[in-house]
Ligand binder design. Structure first.
Ligand SMILES: [Zn+2]
Ligand SMILES: [Zn+2]
Length: 158
């Protein structure tokens, strides 16, 4: 379910798992399910949506819900945003408006390793940026360090 959580005067909105009641922090590792019989009814509006973590929480759902249709949560959210007229650009602006996106890249890409496929790609485990070669990694690290130094200088001037 969707909850508003007040934390030291700031209100946050969280989607909690209907099985374990804990917040869902990764939309790729969660899902939304609805009942098969609701899905089969023609012209029906389905209001009874169940949100849960994939894996253990989904597995803990009653056996008769196992065959229910489902979407990955991130795809559900994408469809919801699109239906509400939110383009990627508008979404980004709105995320900046509410402080959900910060003008990053404070990541210095120091924790970089190879991805599974293709083997020549590298990924930063800090910010999930993918690099095509080790040279790209070095370039990005240098760039990030320069930007970071620049920010430090600017704030010193104040
Ligand atoms: Zn859960
Ligand atoms: Zn990074």
């Amino acid at each position: 379910m969707i909850q508003l959580v007040n934390n030291e005067g700031r209100t946050a909105v969280v989607l909690t798992c209907d099985v374990c009641q804990k917040p869902i922090r990764d939309a790729a590792l969660a899902m939304v399910r609805w009942r098969r019989e609701d899905d089969n009814a023609e012209d029906s509006v389905i209001r009874d949506l169940t949100f849960c973590h994939k894996g253990e929480c989904d597995g803990a759902m009653p056996g008769d819900r196992r065959g229910d249709p489902w979407w990955e949560l991130r795809h559900f959210l994408a469809r919801l945003l699109a239906a509400a007229g939110t383009t990627p650009g508008k979404l980004k602006t709105a995320m900046y408006d509410v402080g959900a996106l910060r003008p990053a890249p404070e990541c210095l890409h120091e924790d970089v390793g190879p991805t599974d496929n293709p083997p020549e790609d590298f990924v930063c485990f800090g910010c999930h940026t993918v690099f095509e070669s080790e040279l790209d990694v070095q370039r990005a690290q240098k760039q990030a360090r320069m930007e970071n130094d620049g920010e430090v200088l600017q704030s010193d001037d104040d």
